[in-house]
Write a protein that binds this ligand. Structure first.
Ligand code: CDP
Ligand code: CDP
Length: 226
């Protein structure tokens, strides 16, 4: 279908990727795929099985044994691993603090990257992550590198947490900065802005403004392709 394209949205933590990608997909009638949720699902399952990122052979075996499904749910996307709903579990602090270590392992990236390419094969996909435009879907018709200042990204995440007592804004900011550093510095498919990506700095922008900007870019790309 020549009327459909793939859209890659990459960027650091808290930039608004998943919120914006879901809405863009809704407006275009596309499928949204949250690749961060896949890395979180592997992390959660490995932690529960007592497998550390250093145990590379066990981790590879475990990752290959997982059936990861993303299903549209009532509140966005539900994530299933081998039939079990892990949607809430993969957002825990324990997973968030460890996920970048698991995501740096070659076998994990290979398995998830293959799955992601399969899901995008028929086009009409909005996929968000860290390496989608640069590595997973280098031929995506539209690539967006979505960013915002680390202060704003931390403040956005802070507002999401109801029991803010348990963590300070400062602490959250340093954890986000550390995860960005790990994601940018890993050897295999690090977080990087693809050379042909459109950079969108969302500092001071509302969600709807960012969504509108990306939908407009997609319409321009589609018109160009005709
Ligand atoms: O939503 P948030 O920004 O907290 O993170 P996420 O998108 O759920 O991704 C969690 C982690 O998964 C990232 O910090 C990366 O370490 C890893 N990830 C990755 O390596 N490659 C991707 N394409 C997506 C996520
Ligand atoms: O997926 P990513 O980690 O890039 O970010 P997100 O989870 O989509 O967004 C983090 C938080 O920032 C969410 O609570 C969004 O509602 C909020 N947000 C915002 O306030 N303004 C924006 N322009 C984008 C996101």
């Amino acid at each position: 279908d020549s009327d459909r394209m793939n859209i890659a949205i990459d960027g650091p933590a808290g930039a608004g990727k998943s919120t914006v990608a879901r809405k863009v997909a809704g407006q275009l009638g596309y499928v949204y795929i949250d690749t961060g949720a896949m890395y979180r699902a592997v992390t959660y399952t490995a932690q529960r099985a007592g497998v550390s990122p250093e145990q590379t052979a066990r981790l590879a075996e475990l990752t290959r044994s997982l059936q990861i499904d993303l299903r549209p749910g009532d509140h966005g996307q539900s994530v299933y691993v081998n039939g079990e709903d892990v949607t809430a579990s993969i957002r825990s602090r324990e997973v968030t603090l460890q996920v970048s270590y698991y995501a740096a392992i070659e076998s994990v990236r290979e398995v998830l990257g293959t799955l992601q390419r399969q899901l995008a094969a028929r086009k009409g996909v909005v996929m968000d992550g860290r390496d989608i435009g640069s590595h997973v879907l280098p031929d995506a018709e539209l690539k967006v590198f979505l960013t915002a200042s680390v202060e704003e990204r931390a403040a956005r995440r802070y507002r999401e947490i109801s029991d803010s007592q348990s963590i300070t804004l400062r602490q959250l900011e340093s954890e986000i900065a550390e995860r960005d550093r790990l994601d940018e510095q890993r050897a295999i498919s690090p977080l990087v802005c693809a050379s042909d990506a459109v950079v969108l700095d969302s500092t001071g922008m509302t969600i709807d403004e960012v969504v509108a900007a990306i939908v407009k870019l997609s319409r321009t790309k589609l018109a160009e392709a005709k």
